[in-house]
Design a protein around this ligand. Structure first.
Ligand SMILES: Cc1cc2nc3c(=O)[nH]c(=O)nc-3n(C[C@H](O)[C@H](O)[C@H](O)COP(=O)(O)OP(=O)(O)OC[C@H]3O[C@@H](n4cnc5c(N)ncnc54)[C@H](O)[C@@H]3O)c2cc1C
Length: 444
């Protein structure tokens, strides 16, 4: 299939197999793009059609109290929300105790509780709106590699247990049963978590919000934002203008969206490339062995790997790097070695899709709540865990805009943003470092 043909098959004008791979092929139909074709006045303009923006719009629309428009530069789910691994995890990447250690007890514990309960909201929204997104909630496995990995998950489990969260440590034998491989020394099973088809979830959020009256305009990039006596005036790539009293900036890494009206947000982020490949559907007998209960999984390695199956039994395997469609790509060769060592039979299953996106890394490894102007709010910097966070932060932003909570009742402190040093250097390091690591890695 030519790239143009596969983009059309993907159902969205700018969906591209390099970025959306399997998800664009198996997602439910894309909402009609409806670029903005007239000037518009709304109470709240939400910029960015990923989980953060869409969840904000959905919760605002649910209230029935305000008019809301989502302005998306490309297609709904074009950014990380349509490219990720689909692991709906609880908490942050950091071990639980790190949150109060970095933010103080008040915000740290509030954030931990918010993120700990985030999968509940994701799966509740999926149920409430009947979103068809391959949702499975059997828990996810954090798989330990070697003695150091085991110490890491044991310490994380100890910290969760102290907070009354029933995560569970599995020994190597039980891990082998649930993963289908003896590669790991143990695992932490988190029953709060699960997996989804990430692009379908994004499209489902958009459809749910539109059903409640939110306007969703794709192919509409915000190119300029000005605040004046009558509120916000947003210029867009369509030539039309949106006026709003309140603005939510949910643009994440603002990748490939054109001129960025909020470049200050990008100064706090480094972009880390992360790829996924998907195999053909596993033969039935192999599928019953590999992740037989449909858990999502990732490991404790520094250059980590994640893996899960989709509804058709394809294995989706990801790691750090920007995979290409060149034959002999170092990342794909590395994945083949990993698959062979997970189970020799996996080596015989062809890899059919490969794609990548950008993870937004912050200096603190925690997200930020930022006020880019009067009555304007942004939450960003999810450090690779954004399905639950984007969904719960969207709800929190909606509550803030509706006056149901004050800024100091948000899960994060306002404007505690730390600029990140050596950004270009770090980005080069992540790209080339991951390639070197995968070329050299013999750990699997
Ligand atoms: C490869 C990969 C794997 C990941 N795996 C997981 C995982 O398994 N589990 C998990 O929880 N998280 C994962 N993440 C992280 C998660 O996907 C993100 O944190 C989350 O999707 C961020 O959502 P968002 O709405 O904030 O941003 P995005 O989804 O990036 O949305 C931002 C949107 O804003 C639009 N935009 C930007 N600038 C403008 C503008 N000027 N005007 C209009 N629109 C604009 C973009 O086109 C984009 O669609 C992964 C990320 C990647 C890249």
């Amino acid at each position: 299939m030519t790239r143009k043909a596969s983009m059309q098959a993907a159902g969205g004008a700018s969906m591209d197999p390099r970025f959306h791979g399997l998800w664009a092929v198996t997602a439910g139909a894309a909402p009609a793009p409806r670029p903005l074709d007239h000037d518009l006045g709304v109470d709240v303009a939400v910029v960015g059609g990923g989980y953060t923006g869409l969840s904000t719009a959905l919760h605002l629309a649910e209230s029935g109290e305000v008019s809301v428009a989502v302005l998306e530069a490309r297609d709904i789910g074009f950014g990380a929300s349509g490219r990720n691994a689909g692991l709906v995890n609880a908490g942050a990447w950091l071990p639980p105790d790190e949150l109060p250690a970095r933010l103080g007890d008040d915000y740290g514990n509030r954030l931990l509780e918010t993120l700990g309960n985030a999968p509940d909201l994701v799966f509740e929204i999926i149920r409430r709106y009947g979103i068809a997104c391959e949702a499975v909630r059997n828990g996810n496995l954090h798989c330990a590699v070697g003695a150091a990995g085991l110490a890491d998950i044991n310490e994380r489990a100890r910290q969760w247990h102290a907070r009354g969260v029933p995560v569970c440590i599995l020994d190597a034998k039980e891990t082998a049963r649930l993963v289908g491989s003896e590669r790991f020394s143990g695992a932490m099973l988190d029953p709060r978590a699960g997996t989804i088809q990430p692009l379908s979830y994004a499209r489902g959020l958009a459809q749910a919000a539109a059903g409640l009256g939110a306007r969703i305009h794709a192919a509409t990039a915000v190119t300029r934002a000005e605040y004046g006596a009558t509120g916000w005036r947003l210029s867009t790539s369509t030539g039309h203008v949106v006026r709003a009293t309140r603005v939510v900036v949910a643009t994440n890494t603002a990748q490939e969206a054109g001129p960025d009206p909020w470049p200050q947000l990008q100064k706090a982020l480094v972009r880390l490339p992360y790829f996924n490949v998907a195999t053909a559907p596993l033969p039935a007998e192999l599928s019953q062995r590999i992740l037989p209960q449909g858990h999502g999984a990732w490991d404790t390695c520094k250059v980590l790997s994640s893996f899960r199956k989709d509804a058709a039994g394809r294995l989706v395997y990801g790691s750090v790097g920007d995979v290409s469609d060149r034959p002999g790509d170092a990342h794909v060769q590395w994945v083949r070695r990993c698959l062979r060592r997970l189970d020799p039979d996996l080596a015989r299953v062809p890899i059919e899709h490969r794609w990548y996106g950008w993870i937004d890394i912050t200096a603190t490894h925690l997200p930020y709540l930022y006020q880019p102007g009067p009555n304007a709010w942004a939450i960003f910097g999810y450090n690779g865990r954004g399905i639950g966070p984007g969904t719960v932060f969207g709800r929190a932003l909606a509550e803030l805009l509706l006056g149901r909570r004050t800024p100091d009742q948000m899960p994060l402190p306002v404007n505690a943003v730390v600029p990140i040093g050596f950004k270009p250097l770090r980005e080069v390091f992540y790209r080339s470092g991951s390639k070197v690591a995968h070329l050299l890695s013999k750990r699997f």
